[in-house]
Design a protein around this ligand. Sequence first.
Ligand SMILES: Cc1cc2nc3c(=O)[nH]c(=O)nc-3n(C[C@H](O)[C@H](O)[C@H](O)COP(=O)(O)OP(=O)(O)OC[C@H]3O[C@@H](n4cnc5c(N)ncnc54)[C@H](O)[C@@H]3O)c2cc1C
Length: 264
Amino acid sequence: MQDFSFVKPQSLAAAVETLKKRPEAKALGGGQSLIPVMKLGLASPSDLVAVAGLSELRGIKVEGQELVVGAAMTHAEVAESAEVKKAIPALAELAGHIGDAQVRNRGTLGGSLAHDDPAADYPAAVLALGATVVTDRRKIAADAFFQGLYQTALAADEVITAVRFPIPEKAAYAKFPHPASKFALVGVMVAKGPAGVRVAVTGAGPSVFRQADMEKALAGKFAAEALTAVAVKSAGLNTDPFGSAEYRAHLIGVMARRAVAAAR
Ligand SMILES: Cc1cc2nc3c(=O)[nH]c(=O)nc-3n(C[C@H](O)[C@H](O)[C@H](O)COP(=O)(O)OP(=O)(O)OC[C@H]3O[C@@H](n4cnc5c(N)ncnc54)[C@H](O)[C@@H]3O)c2cc1C
């Protein structure tokens, strides 16, 4: 790992100012992805700008028909939040099954979304719920946020401050976890909400994606049996030592049916 400076700004404005001034600087959330990436030599930031303690990125509240979760809220805080459990129980359950206790107590919502690991859980929730990612300078719709393998719409000096989740009528997330890391071999989030039925798949492709055939089938009838006629194609899905593209295609069907059956 190369030398770097640790910067602890006192405000969001100061954090953004440092990121703008120092092009090789990076925001630091819980460090659960960035530090391993640095240890592997895949990133060598000049400065780590700690954003997890900033008050502007903290808090969970319901505003009208939306649940607003601060970007610095840890996975454990989201999992244990009474507001989240009441408004979107599926989101609390998803957060409670990320990694292990250490990861859940350090890792943050904003860090997970900015990192955009192809097997991460939160991207499935953000996409299926049609959430809006709020940054220090703009609002980005979920459909525009995820752009490919570890690629998001964020600029290098942009900080996620919160995510606004429309509260769905019902939703659920089903994951087939990797036995060691708990990352999703395949994870499917289904939601029936203000924007209709949305189905988002993580772990199966280079980035989270929506499954249009399933959305169409579930819009007709929101029931697991509506999915039996949907054939999931394996083309473009990941093959790795943990599962072939064909296996992942099969798992998408299984996880989607489980999620629909569990939706509440
Ligand atoms: C052993 C292990 C198991 C894991 N298992 C799972 C799992 O089952 N499911 C899962 O989804 N994830 C899993 N993770 C990843 C975990 O969820 C991380 O917490 C998450 O990916 C990154 O969040 P962080 O706050 O730690 O971000 P960091 O590691 O601090 O940062 C990650 C990236 O996001 C950027 N960043 C951080 N905060 C912000 C912000 N507010 N605005 C803009 N950019 C920001 C950083 O610059 C960096 O590029 C696992 C990690 C480990 C180590």
